[in-house]
Design a protein around this ligand. Structure first.
Ligand SMILES: NC(=O)c1ccc[n+]([C@@H]2O[C@H](COP(=O)([O-])OP(=O)(O)OC[C@H]3O[C@@H](n4cnc5c(N)ncnc54)[C@H](O)[C@@H]3O)[C@@H](O)[C@H]2O)c1
Length: 287
């Protein structure tokens, strides 16, 4: 079976990026979110990214138009009735993802593969919300999607070998590098990255150094391209908190407890770049 039609659920920073790379690779893509303005915002981000590519001579205006033509807006999940693959990139909450997957299981054709871009939640548990756990898999893209090469491919307990192979191949058609990972909280990427970010927030919370100093130490001392607090703002502080909660609950180990300062910022609605304020302040916001 060939995967041709894709629905991306959630048109936020990840969903828009995933829709863009799929459309650029020639897939017909439905970009779905709860409200038309959320989808429009995602399509706007894609348009801006593609225009930048045209300005830099990486693509022609005609090629940009072809990519745009591959994208269709959706606010009705029933639109998934004709797709071969769904990539879900809604918020990092199990109850929301489980509900979406149960609905998609009823709507999509029997052959359709249901993938989640979850950063940390168990694929096996998401799959259990469906009657096709063998066709459920994790496709964990990195942020920003059009730039980052890695996709962690996570096999749930029941994921079929042929489904894994199809998704591995599909990932390569997006010009990305698939890496196989088993289903443990946080997989590899966020099991290693997020405790470091959380520890950086603790060092700020305990007054060890200023936010700028913490970021500078990790940039100049460890050769990280950006400091952990800036990175947390880019990821989204809500997403960082959800991931720490998943690690904490999943391993039952207090070494993963989220820093109280992270909780406070999320409660304040300071979610990072996407809301214009996190550890730092930003001009543009998408919420
Ligand atoms: N931010 C990152 O760096 C990053 C990296 C890899 C994976 N992820 C994962 O990707 C997912 C999305 O993260 P994001 O950063 O794009 O978040 P975001 O807040 O930018 O976007 C989430 C989008 O999902 C939509 N949404 C919420 N509930 C929905 C529903 N029931 N149906 C359809 N759409 C719904 C929201 O309206 C919003 O537009 C999360 O699971 C996150 O853990 C994030």
């Amino acid at each position: 079976m060939k995967l041709e039609k894709v629905m991306v659920v959630g048109a936020g920073q990840m969903g828009a990026g995933i829709a863009q790379v799929c459309a650029q690779a020639g897939y017909k893509v439905l970009l779905h979110d709860l409200k038309p303005e959320f989808v429009e915002r995602g399509l706007g981000v894609i348009d801006k990214n593609l225009s930048r590519n045209v300005d830099k001579g990486r693509m022609t205006e005609r090629e940009k138009q072809e990519v745009i033509n591959n994208l269709t807006a959706s606010t009705d999940l029933q639109d998934a009735a004709g797709v071969d693959l769904v990539i879900e990139a809604a918020v990092e909450k199990m109850e929301i993802k489980a509900k979406i997957f149960a609905q998609l299981d009823n709507i999509t054709p029997v052959h359709a593969i249901l993938a989640s871009n979850t950063s940390s939640l168990p694929i096996t548990e998401i799959a259990a919300a469906t009657k096709r756990p063998e066709k459920v898999i994790g496709m964990h893209f990195m942020n920003p999607v059009p730039v980052m090469k890695l996709v962690e491919i996570i096999r749930g307990l029941a994921t079929a070998d042929e489904v894994y192979q199809m998704i591995e191949e599909m990932t390569k058609t997006l010009n990305k590098v698939p890496v196989a990972v088993n289903d443990f909280p946080g997989f590899v990427s966020n099991r290693v990255l997020m405790p470091m970010i959380n520890e950086a927030i603790y060092t700020l919370y305990e007054g060890v150094a200023t936010k700028e100093a913490i970021d500078e130490v990790m940039k100049l001392g460890m050769n990280h391209p950006m400091g952990p607090l800036t990175l947390a703002d880019f990821i989204g502080l809500d997403t960082c908190l959800y991931i720490m909660e998943t690690l904490h609950e999943g391993f039952g180990d207090d070494k993963y407890r989220p820093c109280p300062l992270l909780r406070k910022y999320v409660k304040a609605g300071w979610l990072g770049k996407k809301t214009g304020r996190g550890f730092y302040e930003y001009e543009s916001s998408h919420k």
